[in-house]
Ligand binder design. Structure first.
Ligand code: ZN
Length: 156
């Protein structure tokens, strides 16, 4: 099996058996809604923050209506970030963003199944789809830090 085939299979697996996909999370501290009109992807992301010394991603769920890439990527994102500090999760989101823009791959191990989406970087029109969940996570953290608990973003 080639690496491309393996990556395809990982993406399909997340699409068919989504991890942490749920319409709600009780309790949660932040809810963001992100849309990608180019493809028609809509995504809700809810984040629960824990941690005693530094704030951590205690739980994260996503839900939405969108293409297989956007939904599968969000599923892989949730697995990669649970238990991380907010700073670390932000850094990982940045590593994913750079990977999707064809830059050097870093934090490969930490991205877990997220690395399977690097092939999507070859299709510029789908890059926003793969980024949607990660951008929603970054925004949820920023929204929390700004002292708010709701935010909506359209990625034109
Ligand atoms: Zn899409």
């Amino acid at each position: 099996m080639s690496l491309d085939d393996l990556y395809q299979e990982i993406i399909l697996d997340h699409y068919k058996k989504p991890r942490n996909r749920a319409p709600d999370l009780e309790p949660h501290h932040v809810h963001v809604h992100h849309s990608n009109p180019l493809c028609g992807d809509e995504m809700d992301l809810r984040l629960r923050i824990g941690g005693e010394v530094s704030e951590t991603v205690d739980a994260v769920v996503y839900d939405g209506d969108g293409c297989s890439i956007s939904m599968a990527s969000a599923s892989a994102m949730t697995e990669a970030v649970v238990g991380r500090t907010l700073d670390d999760a932000e850094d990982l989101a940045e590593a994913f963003r750079l990977m999707m823009h064809g830059e050097d791959l870093r934090r490969e191990e930490d991205l877990v199944d997220g690395v399977a989406f690097q092939g999507v970087a070859k299709f510029p029109v789908r890059v926003k789809c793969a980024l949607l969940g990660w951008m929603a996570l970054k925004d949820a953290i920023a929204t929390h830090r700004a002292g708010s608990n709701e935010h909506e973003v359209t990625h034109d």
